[in-house]
Unconditional design. Structure first.
Length: 130
């Protein structure tokens, strides 16, 4: 157990040291490359953010309107037979349609039910739904 703790303590500094050492050996400007990566990350966030906000709004509207509860009640016998928690039904429905939407649904499930519950564990482990 102590070996694992030791490895986890040195893993990140080792990876950083390895990347910087390799960059120096290849004569790559490390800081400039880092800044380019930061700019690309900010562009990615600004591109994804409106979509995530719209998806969270749509999911909240579906939850508030009761449509998701109605579908959950209708399909709960089938879900119980398949041993799928009915709370992850929105994730099961949205996942084939959109990866971003399924991320939003998974975050909503974790917000509503917590991250340390069996429901969250089933979101990420049950039959590859997430």
């Amino acid at each position: 157990m102590q070996i694992i703790n030791y490895i986890s303590l040195i893993a990140v500094p080792f990876v950083i040291f390895f990347i910087v050492s390799y960059a120096f050996s290849e004569k790559v400007k490390v800081f400039d490359s880092f800044l380019v990566g930061c700019k690309e990350g900010i562009n990615t966030v600004t591109n994804i953010f409106p979509t995530l906000i719209a998806l969270f709004l749509a999911i909240s509207a579906l939850r508030s309107s009761g449509i998701l509860d109605l579908l959950t009640n209708l399909l709960s016998p089938i879900l119980n037979f398949l041993k799928i928690p009915s709370e992850i039904l929105p994730l099961v429905l949205v996942r084939p349609i959109s990866g971003s939407a399924s991320t939003a649904v998974a975050l909503d499930i974790m917000k509503n039910f917590g991250v340390d519950t069996s429901i969250r564990i089933n979101c990420f482990n049950h039959n590859g739904f997430y």
